[in-house]
Design a protein around this ligand. Structure first.
Ligand SMILES: Cc1cc2nc3c(=O)[nH]c(=O)nc-3n(C[C@H](O)[C@H](O)[C@H](O)COP(=O)(O)OP(=O)(O)OC[C@H]3O[C@@H](n4cnc5c(N)ncnc54)[C@H](O)[C@@H]3O)c2cc1C
Length: 491
């Protein structure tokens, strides 16, 4: 069998970014080959099976699926209809003092916020956030060439819609604290804790650093949160099937070890010695990894990007099987911790509880739960196997005990198996350097438009995925892929 292949466009990585890109290109009749290092699809939104149970590995909540939003636009354009269950309430937040129910409806949620967090102008605060969120969604639809990388990109941005969006710009460089102070809601300590834990799971930052514009997107998303039946990988599977049905080739167990420029395009080598020649490469491999598999000026470019954006979170994930079906108002629970857990750098755990009718995830009477929280690479780098396992076991025990203490809904139900993913596990399965997941934290010191752009300075090399613009999360990486494909067809 030949070890050398030629294709028009090579897409690297079968997470949401790569699959969206491959599906959109193939939809237009473009010749595309996708290479993925793992044995299956999904990346940070992948899955694993044990017996009759299926677990989401990391990402679990779907958002941005309304027609005018990035994921909805992609699915609509391709004619795909993934099975989603809208969550209302979008989330249950268990705080030490009380439960916060994130009703989907803006009015109902605002009334709940006013009741639980007295002081300040809660209604005006949330009205501001929802108004900003609506404006951002309508604005991003048309900005395929943002951030601009050339004069012609700049000229494309001179549209009435983009000009109307200019007043939103301060929200990219001013932190959420400013907006909280403006409305006097910052004095309530419980509210500040509530906001910070919500921001950590959406913008990957806290209110002193998260820009208020993206914070608005993160804080309002529970109004449009959807549970994907079967798991996050199932919509991704539809994208992949759409691509392959239109001629795309998808190859698993192909870890890209080198990307070099050659006359008329790019040469991509895999660790199994296969070589691919392509006119164009669209890579969802994170910038930190790209710095290690590219050469010369391309390497220098990614090294510069990687040193500019040298911090990202890691994750600790725990996978549980519960013998029983707990009664919960939402599939998503953010559980504030009542005491610190070693190596956990957040004040909460995020629990995704399988839907009682979701037979893809668990047999009747059984529930699967994915739990995730924030960790730091420094705690896990360069450990001996014994020390890694010691820390992993410590975290596992503390997390399960915290869940038992807080989640009275699980009382009387046996927790039957517990698996753990550490930053080391994440690195192993997704290849991501240092186990960095969840993208680059949103930060006023590095505003969103300064993230690495989708178009690199190198002809025929585009970047997508959560380490480049517009950042992390399923809707954002789908938007990045959409914009990149639009740029390819416009060039
Ligand atoms: C614990 C956790 C919870 C999250 N929760 C949510 C959520 O609820 N909702 C949400 O929207 N987002 C969530 N996110 C964020 C979201 O999962 C990611 O931002 C998004 O899935 C990233 O997609 P991607 O395609 O950019 O990258 P990835 O999913 O990482 O995909 C990249 C792919 O490239 C492959 N790859 C890497 N290197 C190579 C190589 N050298 N050769 C070939 N292939 C390679 C990897 O194996 C991987 O499959 C969560 C993330 C984590 C970690």
């Amino acid at each position: 069998m030949s070890q050398t292949h030629t294709t028009s466009t090579l897409v690297l990585g079968a997470g949401y970014a790569g699959l969206t890109c491959a599906a959109l290109l193939a939809h237009e009749g473009h010749e595309v080959t996708l290479l993925e290092s793992h044995e299956t699809l999904g990346g940070c939104a992948s899955f694993f099976r044990i017996g009759e149970c299926t677990f989401d590995v990391g990402a679990t909540t779907v958002s941005g699926v309304v027609d005018t939003q990035p994921a909805g636009r992609v699915f609509g354009h391709l004619g795909l209809q993934p099975e989603f269950i809208k969550q209302d309430p979008g989330m249950l937040i268990r705080m030490p003092e009380f439960d916060v129910v994130r009703y989907a409806d803006q009015q109902q949620w605002t009334a709940e916020a006013e009741r639980l967090f007295p002081g300040g102008r809660q209604a005006a605060f949330w009205q501001d956030l929802y108004a900003m969120e609506r404006r951002v969604w309508s604005l991003v639809q048309g900005l395929t060439h943002f951030p601009p990388t050339s004069m012609s990109d700049v000229l494309r941005l001179v549209t009435p819609a983009a000009i109307a969006g200019i007043p939103l710009a301060p929200g990219l460089v001013r932190p959420m604290d400013v907006l909280m102070e403006k409305h006097g809601v910052h004095r309530n300590a419980a509210f500040r804790r509530f906001i910070n834990e919500q921001l950590l799971i959406s913008t990957q930052n806290t209110s002193d650093k998260a820009p208020y514009l993206t914070a608005a997107m993160g804080l309002t998303y529970p109004s449009e949160t959807y549970y994907p039946v079967g798991g996050m990988y199932r919509p991704a599977l539809q994208l992949m099937r759409h691509a392959t049905a239109r001629g795309a080739t998808v190859k698993f167990r192909r870890r890209v070890s080198e990307i070099t420029r050659e006359a008329g395009g790019w040469k991509v080598t895999c660790s199994n010695a296969e070589v691919y020649h392509a006119k164009r490469v669209v890579s969802s491999i994170p910038i930190w990894n790209m710095a290690r598999i590219t050469q010369q000026q391309v390497r220098s470019y990614f090294e510069r990007m990687a040193s500019r954006f040298d911090h990202a979170w890691c994750a600790i994930t725990v996978y549980l099987t519960l013998r029983g079906v707990p009664n919960l108002p939402s599939r998503y629970v953010q559980m504030h911790l009542d005491r610190d857990i070693p190596y956990v750098h957040s004040g909460s755990l995020f629990l995704t509880v399988s839907h009682p009718d979701d037979r893809y995830k668990a047999p009747e009477g059984v529930t699967t739960i994915t739990v995730s929280t924030h960790a730091l690479a420094d705690d896990w780098r360069g450990l001996s196997a014994e020390e890694h396992d010691r820390r992993r076991d410590l975290v596992r025990t503390a997390m399960v005990e915290a869940i038992r203490r807080s989640m009275h809904e699980f009382e009387g139900m046996d927790i039957e198996r517990v698996d753990v993913g550490t930053p080391y596990t994440w690195q192993r399965y997704t290849q991501r350097h240092d186990g960095f997941v969840g993208g680059i934290p949103h930060d006023v010191r590095r505003p969103l438009p300064l993230l690495p752009p989708n178009k690199t300075p190198f002809e025929g090399l585009n970047m997508i995925g959560d380490s480049v613009f517009p950042g992390q999360g399923m809707p954002a990486v789908m938007l990045g892929a959409w914009n990149t494909v639009a740029r390819i067809f416009a060039s």
